[in-house]
Design a protein around this ligand. Structure first.
Ligand code: SF4
Ligand code: SF4
Length: 210
C-alpha cells in the first residue's frame, strides 16, 4: 500500500514577522503594564502590591502539598521501613534510599529494615505525590504546606533523612494520625492473643493480614 503524505504549507511570514518587532512590542507592553500597575496601585495599607519575597509570602491554598517529610514513631525513629516502594514509584527518580537492618537486641531486628540513607532531590521532584500513595507505612507525606527556601546551591535542595524527619506537618506534628503497630503489639487488629506463643514472626504473634 502506498504511503500517504500529508503536505503542510507553512503560513507566509511578513517582514514584520521576520523582524519580531510586533512580538517584542507586545511583550514590552505587557511588562510595562504590570510594572506601572504594581507601582501605582497601592494596597489598603499603602504598600505596593509587590511582595518582599522571601521574607513575605502569599498565603498558600489549603490543598497545597508542600515539600516532603518523613513521619516519626513515638520514639522519634522513622516509620519508614526502607521497602523502596516510593523510590520505585517515583517517575522523576529523585529518591535515593539505602536500607539497613536494626541491630541485635532491637525488637525490629529481622522483622523490618530502616533507611540508613534517605535523600530526595527536591529540584528534580515534580510533586506528583506518587511516593506518598505508594508508601505502605504512611512514612512519607507531603503535608508540610511549605516550599523549599530559595538558594543558589543545588546541594541545598537535597533533603536528607534528618532534614525530612525534622519537618512537621501543617498541624505541627511529626507523627501521623494513623496508628502503627509494632512487633508484638497486641493492639494490632489481626493479633490473636491465643497464638502469642506461636513461633511465627513477628515476635511470636500471628498476623492474619498486613
Ligand atoms: S512527589 Fe513524585 S516526583 Fe516527587 S519524590 Fe514523590 S514520586 Fe518522586
Ligand atoms: S517512605 Fe514508605 S514507601 Fe518509601 S521506603 Fe519508606 S516505607 Fe517504603
Amino acid at each position: 500500500m502506498a504511503a500517504t503524505v500529508k503536505v503542510i504549507t507553512k503560513p507566509p511570514r511578513t517582514l514584520a514577522d521576520q523582524a519580531y518587532i510586533p512580538a517584542i512590542a507586545q511583550g514590552l507592553r505587557l511588562t510595562m503594564g504590570r510594572f506601572f500597575k504594581n507601582t501605582f496601585s497601592a494596597r489598603e495599607d499603602g504598600e505596593i502590591v509587590t511582595l518582599m519575597y522571601p521574607e513575605e509570602t502569599e498565603a498558600y491554598p489549603e490543598r497545597f502539598r508542600g515539600i516532603h517529610r518523613l513521619t516519626q514513631r513515638a520514639d522519634g525513629s522513622p516509620r519508614c521501613v526502607a521497602c523502596l516502594c516510593c523510590s520505585t514509584a517515583c517517575p522523576a527518580q529523585c529518591i535515593h534510599i539505602e536500607a539497613g537492618e536494626y541491630g541485635e537486641g532491637d525488637p525490629r531486628h529481622g522483622y523490618e529494615r530502616y533507611p540508613v540513607t534517605f535523600v530526595i532531590d527536591e529540584l528534580r521532584c515534580i510533586f506528583c505525590g506518587y511516593c506518598v500513595e505508594a508508601c505502605p507505612c504512611d512514612a512519607i507525606r507531603m503535608d508540610t504546606g511549605a516550599h523549599m527556601p530559595p538558594s543558589t546551591s543545588r546541594d541545598h535542595f537535597l533533603y536528607d533523612k534528618e532534614t525530612l524527619l525534622s519537618l512537621p506537618g501543617r498541624d505541627g506534628s511529626y507523627l501521623t494520625a494513623n496508628p502503627r503497630h509494632e512487633p508484638g503489639d497486641a493492639s494490632h487488629p489481626a493479633w490473636t492473643a491465643s497464638a502469642a506463643t506461636d513461633t511465627c514472626p513477628p515476635s511470636g504473634g500471628v498476623f492474619d493480614f498486613y
